[in-house]
Every structure is written in structure tokens, then in C-alpha cells.
Design a protein around this ligand. Structure first.
Ligand code: HEC
Length: 103
């Protein structure tokens, strides 16, 4: 499941490649889609839900970049996001900016 799912997502996206394609590829490569979908809740919140929640928060990109690397729980429920140590600080920042652009 963890291996096949991102590829299904890639195939689904081939028809709708847009300007954020490279950033989407990064969340595929970093296995974020094991727990997140862009447009609907999976184990974690959808990236669109995240974008909507922080739409008005100025430091959201920094805050989310940090959370991506260190993980956490309690914002969207009791489920916990493990630290994503495969993500570098600059990748986390790129992904956070991408997620926030999805609103
Ligand atoms: C094992 C499952 C899992 C994986 C893998 C995972 N997440 Fe999460 N993620 C969660 C859960 C659960 C939450 C909700 C945490 C909370 O309520 O604080 C979450 C929350 C988030 C949030 C919102 C944080 C907030 O404070 O509002 C973002 C952004 C996010 N994840 C991005 C990512 C990215 C990017 C990756 C890949 C590098 C990733 N996640 C991988 C489970 C996961």
C-alpha cells in the first residue's frame, strides 16, 4: 500500500499537470500521500483543509515546515504525524508553501 499508492496518484495526475507539478512530485517522493490526499481527508487532513485553516496566518509556512520535520498531534484530532526525517529543511519549506497554495 505504501509503495503502490503514490504511483496511482502520479498516474491520476498525468492528465492535470499544472505549475505546481514539481512540488506535487516532492510530496509523492517523500511518501506524504501514505497519510494525506490533496483534496480529501485520509489518515491526516487533506492539504486543501490545511491551506484553508492557515489562509490568514502569516507565519504558517514556517510553522508547517517545522511540523513536517518534527511531526506532532492534536491539531486535527488525536492521530499523530511521525517526524518526516526524510525531508530536509528546504524541502519542508517548499512543501509547506505548496500546501498553503492549495486553498
Ligand atoms: C503516518 C502518517 C503521516 C505521514 C507519512 C505524513 N503525515 Fe502529515 N499528518 C498526519 C497526521 C495524523 C496529521 C495531523 C496532526 C495533528 O493533528 O496535529 C498530519 C498533519 C499534517 C499537516 C498539518 C499540520 C498542522 O499543524 O496543521 C501538514 C502540513 C502535513 N501533515 C504535511 C505532511 C507532509 C508534507 C508529509 C510528507 C513529508 C506528511 N505530512 C506525512 C499524518 C501523516
Amino acid at each position: 500500500m505504501r509503495i503502490t499508492l503514490p504511483w496511482i496518484a502520479v498516474i491520476g495526475l498525468l492528465g492535470s499537470a499544472g505549475p505546481v507539478r514539481a512540488d506535487y512530485d516532492l510530496v509523492v517522493k517523500k511518501n506524504c500521500l501514505a497519510c494525506h490526499y490533496v483534496d480529501k481527508r485520509k489518515y491526516g487532513p487533506s492539504f486543501q483543509q490545511v491551506a484553508a485553516k492557515y489562509a490568514d496566518q502569516k507565519d504558517a509556512a514556517d510553522m508547517l515546515a517545522k511540523k513536517i520535520m518534527t511531526g506532532g498531534a492534536g491539531v486535527w484530532g488525536e492521530d499523530m504525524m511521525p517526524p518526516q526525517s526524510q525531508v530536509s529543511a528546504s524541502e519542508a519549506r517548499t512543501i509547506a508553501t505548496y500546501v498553503l497554495s492549495l486553498k
